[in-house]
Design a protein around this ligand. Structure first.
Ligand code: GTP
Ligand code: MG
Ligand code: ZN
Length: 294
């Protein structure tokens, strides 16, 4: 071995050990001294420099954590580049307000969002309607089904080379999808997953999986609500990207709610902005007025 120093990415942490993917193998590492030197605790997703021990080439020490591009809290993962926001067209039906909250959260964390409408075998027409609605707003949308292999090949392309997190409510098919994309992963799905997920919010466990075709994924337990830290009633509009084009309102500070001569409301009337997105905006706006942090 030429050098015993390598770079890698932390896949999981367990009992004081960190499992670091160097590209060619996975090394079990400790992070001794790191707290003192950099005063940071390594996170899953961290890119790091490790020193492999001389006695045992499967063990090492994390010596340095490279600067993070971001850090998400639930699950605790660093450097997530992309969020695959999964909703199913049926079983369960999509909750658009929640979908919009996921989009806002991705934006807040500086994460590229891709909307994935799954289970299209159950209603292809409705899936296409949702796709058009969000594409018109400026988002990327893919349609998938575990019954249609080609649809998952498209998703693979999107995942290649990046750290992606699968987010969305429980039961929409996130783990099923990841299992098909990467054979051999065997993530728990269906009822078993739901049982394990109960009470999981406190465990703060995270793990990322290496994809054999390049890239890493984080599978999350479904959650039904989100906290939008950093968003208030005055800046909420910034997160509805398609509004920006129509904001020639009478008041420059217009919140596109009850104000007269509002360009956004006009665009909704004309069908240029979708009614559903606007309604969802108003609901979130009202939530923020009432101070309800939902
Ligand atoms: N019809 C249909 N059912 C699907 C599809 N994908 C997944 N399912 C079913 O949906 C159920 C839930 O799938 P999971 O993969 O466990 O869902 P999840 O999003 O991981 O759920 P949590 O782990 O609870 O967040 C399972 O019974 C799957 O078989 C699909 O494309 N079509
Ligand atoms: Mg799951
Ligand atoms: Zn306005």
């Amino acid at each position: 071995m030429e050098s015993n120093i390598q770079k890698g990415i932390i896949l999981k942490s367990l009992g004081g050990f960190y499992y670091v993917d160097t590209g060619s193998e996975i090394i079990e590492c400790r992070a001794r001294g790191l707290f003192r030197k950099q005063s940071i605790k390594p996170l899953v997703g961290d890119r790091c420099r490790i020193r492999i021990t001389e006695e045992d080439s499967t063990m090492g020490y994390i010596e340095e954590i490279f600067e993070r591009s971001n850090e998400i809290i639930r699950p605790p993962v660093a450097n997530v580049e992309q969020a695959i926001i999964v909703f199913s067209v049926k079983k369960p039906n999509p909750n658009f307000k929640l979908l919009d909250k996921f989009l806002i959260q991705a934006e807040l964390n500086n994460i590229q969002a891709v909307i994935c409408i799954n289970k299209i075998d159950l209603d292809e027409r409705e899936a296409n309607r949702i796709k058009e609605l969000y594409e018109k707003a400026g988002y990327s949308v893919i349609l998938t089904s575990k019954m249609m292999q080609e649809s998952l090949d498209g998703l693979k392309e999107i995942l290649k080379g990046k750290i992606s997190v699968f987010a969305g409510p429980s039961g929409v098919g996130k783990s099923t999808m990841v299992n098909i994309i990467e054979e051999g992963l065997d993530l728990k799905t269906g009822e078993i997953s739901r049982k394990l997920n109960r009470g999981k919010h406190t465990t703060r466990h995270a793990e990322i999986f290496r994809l054999s075709f390049g890239g890493w994924v984080v599978d999350t337990a479904g959650f039904s609500n989100l906290n939008l830290e950093g968003v208030d009633r005055y800046n909420l509009k910034e997160y509805f990207i398609e509004f920006k084009e129509y904001n020639d309102c009478r008041f420059t500070s217009c919140n596109h709610y009850k104000e007269p001569d509002c360009g956004v409301k006009e665009a909704v009337e004309n069908g240029e902005i979708s009614r559903e997105r606007y309604d969802s905006y108003v609901e979130l706006y009202k939530e923020l007025i009432s101070g309800g942090r939902k």
